[in-house]
Design a protein around this ligand. Structure first.
Ligand SMILES: Cc1cc2nc3c(=O)[nH]c(=O)nc-3n(C[C@H](O)[C@H](O)[C@H](O)COP(=O)(O)OP(=O)(O)OC[C@H]3O[C@@H](n4cnc5c(N)ncnc54)[C@H](O)[C@@H]3O)c2cc1C
Length: 373
C-alpha cells in the first residue's frame, strides 16, 4: 500500500519504520527537520517505566519495552539507559498506592522503601518519614532525539521516503480517495497516518478534538558535591515525586548537572508557530527551592534549560483511532506529557490499524475518538 505518515516525532518516525519494514510504500512528511526542538520528542532524556497508577498503561509498557529493545538492536545504538526508577510520595498518596497495585497485578518486581532505605541505596535523595518509595529496576530513560533519528535512519534503509521541511496543509477524502496536500505538492494515498503531536487540531478542525497544548519547562542544576551520587549506574535512578508532581533524571552523560521538571501543565500555547519564550526565572526559583530540600548535594546554578510542548487530553489518555468519515485516515494524539515511552508502540499500533492488521491483543477502546467528543 502507499501510505503517508504526517509528523515525524517519536510516534510518526516509529510508524514510518514499521510500514517500510513491512514492505509498504511509505512516505513521511515533517514540517521541520528531523530531530528539531519545536515539538515534544527532542532532548537527551524521557523517562521509561512500568510504574503507572493504571494497569492498562503498565501492561502496554511490556509491549513497548520489547519494541525499544528491537529498535536498539536494529539501530546498533544504545538508546535506553536502565538505571532503575523511584516513584515516591506521601504514604497515603493515591497514585503511589495505585501504582503499587498495578505492579502487583502485572506481576512485576519492585521494592517498597522507606525514607531511610532510600537514603541507604540512593544517597542523593532526601525523603521525609511520612513518604514511601517504590523502586522498580527496569525504569530508566530513553535518549529521545536519538530514538527519532534511529527510526528515520532505519525507515530510509527499508525504503521509506522522508520529506523534511514539508508542511502538510490538508488531508482530505473525495470520492473515496484520500489526498495529502503539502506546501510543495498534492499526492493521493491508500492510507494516511497523522501523528502531528501539538499541531493535530489544525489538521482536523472540524473534529473539534479536546486537545490543549501547553508550554513545559525543564531545568538542569549543577552538582555541588558527591558527583558519584548522581550517576546513572543505579546510584541515582530516574524519579517521580507523585505528591509534589515533579520528576527528574540522573546525570545523562551529555549535559552537565541533572534535569528536573514539574509535570503539571504549563501555560496554554495559543500560537504553536510563534517563537517560545525561554524558561521563566520564577520557574527556576521553584525548582531550586524543591531541589534544596530533596537533593542536598545539588547546587543552584542552571547548567541548561529548555522548553517543550505537552498535547493534553482531558483525562491524559491517548487518542488512537481511525478518523470519523475518513476511513483511510488514522491518528494518534494526546500523548499528554507521558507518551514518549509509548511512541514506539503507538507507531506500531497505528501502522497495524492502517494496514488492516488486527493482531494487537490489548483492548484499545479507551483510546477511541468517540470517548473524547
Ligand atoms: C518537557 C517534556 C518532558 C517529557 N517527559 C516525558 C517522559 O519523561 N517520559 C515520557 O514517556 N514522555 C515524556 N514527555 C512526553 C513525550 O515527549 C511526548 O508525549 C511525545 O514525544 C509525543 O510524541 P509525538 O510523536 O506524538 O509528537 P511530536 O514529537 O510533537 O511529533 C509531532 C511531529 O509532527 C510534526 N508536524 C505537525 N504538524 C505537521 C504538519 N502539518 N506537516 C508536517 N509535519 C507536522 C511536528 O513538527 C512534529 O515533528 C515529555 C514531554 C515534554 C514536553
Amino acid at each position: 500500500m502507499k501510505i503517508a505518515v504526517i509528523g515525524l516525532g517519536g510516534t510518526g518516525s516509529a510508524a514510518l519504520r514499521f510500514l517500510a519494514q513491512s514492505g509498504h510504500n511509505a512516505v513521511g512528511y515533517e514540517q521541520f527537520h528531523i530531530g528539531h526542538e519545536h515539538g515534544s520528542s527532542h532532548g537527551e532524556s524521557r523517562i521509561i517505566r512500568y510504574t503507572y497508577p493504571d494497569v492498562l498503561y503498565t501492561q502496554m509498557m511490556s509491549d513497548s519495552y520489547k519494541l525499544w529493545f528491537d529498535l536498539e538492536k536494529e539501530a546498533e545504538e544504545e538508546l535506553f539507559i536502565r538505571c532503575g526508577g523511584l516513584y515516591f510520595g506521601d504514604k497515603n498518596d493515591r497514585d503511589v498506592l495505585a501504582t503499587e497495585q498495578a505492579l502487583i497485578a502485572s506481576n512485576l518486581p519492585y521494592e517498597r522503601l522507606n525514607a531511610e532505605q532510600v537514603k541507604e541505596k540512593h544517597p542523593a535523595f532526601h525523603l521525609y518519614p511520612h513518604e514511601i518509595a517504590l523502586f522498580q529496576k527496569d525504569s530508566g530513560f530513553l535518549r529521545a532525539t536519538r530514538c527519532v533519528e534511529a527510526n528515520i535512519r532505519l525507515a530510509k534503509t527499508y525504503g521509506a521516503i522522508v520529506q523534511e521541511n514539508t508542511k502538510v496543509q490538508e488531508v482530505y477524502t473525495k470520492d473515496n480517495k484520500t489526498f495529502v496536500r503539502s506546501n510543495s505538492c498534492e499526492e493521493e494515498y491508500d492510507r494516511v497516518i497523522v501523528t502531528a503531536g501539538p499541531w493535530m487540531s489544525s489538521l482536523f478542525k472540524s473534529l473539534d478534538l479536546p486537545l490543549v497544548t501547553t508550554r513545559q519547562q525543564i531545568v538542569y542544576l549543577n552538582i555541588n558535591d558527591h558527583n558519584e551520587y548522581f550517576q546513572a549506574n543505579g546510584t541515582f535512578p530516574v524519579w517521580i515525586d507523585s505528591t509534589d508532581n515533579l520528576y527528574g533524571f540522573p546525570n545523562d552523560g551529555q549535559i552537565t548537572g541533572i534535569k528536573l521538571a514539574y509535570h503539571h501543565c504549563g501555560e496554554i500555547i495559543s500560537d504553536l508557530d510563534a517563537e517560545r519564550a525561554p524558561v521563566d526565572e520564577s520557574y527556576i526559583e521553584e525548582i531550586r527551592g524543591y531541589a534544596k530540600k530533596r537533593f542536598p548535594n545539588l547546587g543552584s546554578d542552571v547548567t541548561y534549560s529548555q522548553t517543550c510542548v505537552y498535547t493534553n487530553t482531558p483525562n491524559a489518555d491517548f487518542i488512537i483511532d481511525r478518523v470519523p468519515n475518513q476511513s483511510n485516515v488514522f491518528l494518534v494524539s494526546g500523548c499528554s506529557g507521558h507518551g514518549f515511552k509509548f511512541t514506539v508502540l503507538l507507531g506500531k499500533i497505528i501502522s497495524m490499524m492502517a494496514t488492516d492488521d488486527n493482531g494487537y491483543q490489548r483492548d484499545l477502546s479507551r483510546f477511541k475518538i468517540s470517548n473524547f467528543l
